[in-house]
Design a protein. Sequence first.
Length: 304
Amino acid sequence: MSDENQQAVDSQQTAEQQPVFQIQRVYLKDLSLELPNAPGIFLEQDPPSVEVAVDVGAESLADGIFESTVTITVTAKIKDKVAFLVEGKQAGIFEARNIPDEQLDPLLGEVTLAQRAFDQHFPRPKDLFSFVDTDEGVTSQTTAALDKTLAPFPDAVLHTKADWVSERAGGIDTILNIFYVLLALSVVVSLFGLVNALALAVFERTREIGMLRAIGLTRRQTRRMIRYEGIITALIGAALGLPLGVFIAAVIVQGLHEMDVTFSLPVVIITAFAIVAIIAGTLAAVLPARRASRLNVLQALQYE
């Protein structure tokens, strides 16, 4: 008889230790609709943008009794105005006993949280940037105070506004440097083309150059003439290429205006490119000008 009583007690204890998860009640806790900008918002013609935020909360009502609440907020905006806001709360009362804490979260399923709800429920959100505005500006005292505050966070890096802008612009500077290297290669290639064009011009105008030499054109003046032709040819290319490049850049910037990208005309760089074109034309004309100045006058006049 005592063995039967002992087995009954053990069975009862075993039953009490079994995990229990039961839904007791499911009900609609709250439902609201707000139209803060009605009726004027109905006259807007632009399509609305809709944002959906889901928030999950749980509260202990008694030992082993919990209330779980799912809040869904739907916000529709037209430009910066709220067209309507719908918020609904679905709640449920459930019994959960003998379940480890780490196993309670999977029972709720995967939930996507809005940024505000994430920051509210998690004490250490991983923000990419945090901006601090100080009344005194950038001083050694404020910098020391911020460094002391950030000491427990080794992955946080403190920058001033100028340093942050310089760091963020570093990637763009790298891309621009790559384009400058490609531009330098294109200038080298164009030099060969310009040399070829001037050399052909000298060959085709051999008789004309001989006649000019015969009526008194000096070798120095011949070299200067070919040099000027090279410079004028290079400047014509620059006069066509630079405005076209500025126009294309303005079109691209106009397409990126939503990202706060503004157009700025780099007058100094454009002037530098024009000077590079003059130098390139001068260098390209060196060999053709030398050949033109060394032509034999009699042979040049007989050239067909």
